[in-house]
Design a protein around this ligand. Structure first.
Ligand SMILES: [Zn+2]
Length: 407
């Protein structure tokens, strides 16, 4: 049985967004406007047309899901567009009660002759800073009645790429003509990691490093050098894992790439996904892995709608999602959108989907939402983070009292 929550309560509650891709979360109207001003051809110039052809509510497969990113990236090739999209993403999040947002993107997808990695990160930072300043000057926040809006940047390195991904990747592939593909991917992520350390040291609010892109056939091990450098520079790590591959991929992300959080972790409870022949007792392996993840408080960034759209095995029924088992195993999870535009969702919507379909009490919901703040890669000192988390807990409790929920 599921507990019924007032939608206004869900909207007002202080929330986090720990897994959202910038290039998958544009406003549709902005995509059209940017394409028009940059003379880029879209399959349709109307919102309804694009929803019918590209940004659907259901996708046939991952390839169809990923199609939209080619379009969004094509308009995000200069400072102005990146700044605008970042600004709007922060505002859209705040308007549905998100108080803390970690935005992620792969700078190498936006680099060309006019803009370098530094310029990409600077533009996104400018957009978020502008929104943050506006939001935090609201009277409710200035007076301390409501928690302020904060954000952090997660930089993505790609597991694999082709020359078609961006100008930058095209050149990267061309100049390394005699190098094997695996070595090219590893070189590109190492270059990205070096940039991250430098930019973080310059003061950009980069809080973590991520690995994304097609998992199947492209092992995380190729990126060990990049993650090792990041780790040694005290930058946090999150890795997209367990989407295409199973439990071993999650284990590899944690042990070899030092992941503090896992993007999706969808197949964590799927013994049939274990490929290594050396693992004889698959059920026992899964139990031990879940135990390890629970004990080390490694947070799974769960994206329900996105999984529904790309995982045919869910058969369009969210009740088949491993979230139930994750909650039963007392794993630390956070509910995220993945992509606001491509998955046509919001953080509130993801929470609603979870409480409508899984047995989550008001107390449990509070634990989940507050855990998002606690497991965030907050930019700032630990003392500041604790204070910030506290202000969100206080506000959460106030709202719960007002709406009559026992937490
Ligand atoms: Zn993702």
């Amino acid at each position: 049985m599921s507990f019924k929550f007032d939608i206004n309560y869900l909207k007002l509650l202080p929330k986090t967004e720990l897994h959202v891709h910038l290039d998958g979360s544009l406003r549709l109207s902005t995509l059209i406007e940017l394409a028009k001003s940059r003379k880029i051809k879209l399959p349709s110039n109307t919102e309804s047309g694009l929803k019918e052809l590209v940004f659907k509510s259901k996708y046939k497969n991952l390839v169809e899901y990923l199609h939209g990113f080619g379009l969004t990236c094509s308009v995000l090739q200069d400072e102005e567009s990146l700044e605008q999209v970042a600004y709007e993403l922060a505002i859209d999040n705040f308007e549905e009660g998100v108080r803390y947002c970690e935005v992620r993107f792969a700078p190498q997808l936006h680099v060309n002759d006019k803009i370098d990695i530094h310029g990409v990160v600077e533009s996104v930072t400018r957009g978020f800073d502008k929104a943050k300043k506006e939001i935090n000057s609201k009277i409710e926040i200035l007076s301390g009645q409501e928690p302020r809006f904060e954000y952090g940047i997660i930089i993505i390195a790609m597991r694999m790429f082709t020359g078609g991904f961006s100008d930058y990747f095209k050149k990267f592939t061309t100049v390394h003509k005699y190098t094997s593909n695996e070595n090219i991917y590893s070189l590109a992520s190492f270059e990205m990691a070096n940039a991250v350390v430098k930019l973080r040291d310059e003061g950009f609010p980069i809080v973590a490093f991520d690995l994304a892109g097609q998992e199947s056939g492209y092992p995380a091990g190729d990126h060990f050098k990049a993650f090792d450098l990041i780790h040694k520079n005290f930058i946090s790590k999150t890795v997209h894992a367990g989407e295409a591959y199973g439990p071993e991929s999650i284990f590899q992300a944690i042990t070899e790439l030092h992941a503090d959080r896992i993007g999706h972790g969808f197949h964590i409870f799927s013994p049939d996904r274990i490929q290594s022949s050396s693992i004889k007792d698959k059920e026992s392996y899964i139990k031990k892995l879940a135990q390890y993840i629970a004990e080390h408080r490694i947070t799974l960034e769960v994206c329900l709608t996105s999984n529904l759209q790309t995982m045919p095995e869910l058969e369009n029924n969210i009740k088949n999602h491993a979230l139930k088992k994750m909650l039963e195993a007392r794993l630390s999870i956070s509910l995220c959108t993945d992509n606001r535009l491509v998955s046509n969702t919001t953080v509130t919507n993801e929470i609603k989907l979870a409480v409508d379909n899984f047995d989550i009490s008001p107390k449990q919901l509070k634990d989940i939402l507050i855990y998002g703040f606690k497991r965030s890669f907050y930019y700032g000192s630990y003392q500041e983070k604790r204070e910030y988390v506290r202000s969100n807990i206080n506000y959460y409790e106030q709202l719960s009292k007002k709406f009559g929920y026992q937490i």
